[in-house]
Design a protein around this ligand. Structure first.
Ligand code: B12
Length: 216
């Protein structure tokens, strides 16, 4: 069945996207389902940009619409503080300023009670190591959307080894270009390119077999 919300997002139809989001909230769809439809729509925006059917201004438009979608969803994401002790460091890798996906994951993790230290975008490998060391984080999340920035993630993992911190922290990478090969190349422990998989991984790391995804 065609996903109308995905299509409205791909068409950059702001009003229709927000109308459908409200409709789905009322119909009881989960935040994760709604975000996923929008993410797939934005992926199509990226493809149209690659094919020169869309311009840079259209990428910016997709950013604006997605931010509005998140604003509409935020009041409907329940807050839970049961995981306050778990510390996570997150950031977008050096050279890359894409942060919509990272911010969505951070929002969902915080609302589930994780303590997330957001380093922002264009983060140098050395800064990740410093943050893991200072916060004693057990999970390091790195976002990457630009293929040519993947090499810097490998540098982060190598620096973790040099600093003797590799065993302390699980490295999770996420973003459009990540896959099994990227995981192996960088030395990361897990990868995810959608919300559902990202949440499954965090659950797996913390051995939370039930409950967490139901809260979103
Ligand atoms: C919106 C967008 C922009 C916006 C970014 C706004 C922002 N604040 O983030 C703007 C307009 C600024 C932009 C700029 C550019 N962009 Co851009 N952009 C996109 C676009 C269309 C969508 C990205 C997005 O936000 N998706 C929605 C979110 C929700 O999905 P997501 O990021 O994948 O995140 C999800 C998962 O991946 C995962 N996840 C993400 N991070 C993490 C981290 C962890 C730890 C985990 C577990 C999970 C996880 O969970 C998220 C939730 O579902 C993509 C297309 C695409 N297919 O991704 C191109 C795309 C990434 N951009 C591209 C390009 C080329 C550029 C520019 C170089 C364009 C230019 N000529 O200037 C610049 C680069 C700027 C820079 N130095 O970073 C290319 C990259 C090509 C490549 N292979 O490297 C893409 C793929 C478009 C394309 N098909 O050509 N872009």
């Amino acid at each position: 069945m065609e996903d109308e919300l995905q299509r409205a997002m791909a068409d950059l139809d702001e009003d229709e996207t927000l109308r459908l989001v409200e409709e789905r909230i009322l119909a009881g769809y989960s935040s994760v389902e709604i975000i996923e439809s929008c993410r797939r729509g934005v992926e199509i925006v990226g493809e149209k940009y690659s094919d020169s059917h869309y311009y840079l201004s259209d990428l910016i438009m997709s950013e604006e619409i997605l931010k509005e979608v998140m604003q509409a969803l935020e009041p409907h994401i329940p807050i839970n503080n049961s995981l306050n002790g778990v510390s996570i460091v997150m950031g977008t890798i050096e050279g890359d300023i894409h942060d919509l996906g990272k911010n969505i994951i951070i929002y969902l993790l915080r609302s589930s009670g994780f303590q997330v230290h957001d380093l922002g975008v264009d983060v140098r490998p050395e800064r990740f190591i410093q943050a893991v060391s200072e916060t004693k984080a057990s999970i390091l999340g790195i976002s990457v959307l630009l293929s040519f920035c993947i090499g810097s993630i490998k540098k982060v993992v190598d620096l973790l080894v040099d600093a003797g911190l590799r065993d302390q922290v699980k490295v999770v990478i996420g973003g459009y270009p990540v896959n099994q090969q990227v995981k192996e190349f960088t030395g990361a422990d897990f990868y995810a390119n959608d919300v559902t998989e990202a949440l499954r991984i965090y659950r797996q790391i913390l051995e939370l077999d039930e409950g967490m995804s139901k809260r979103f």
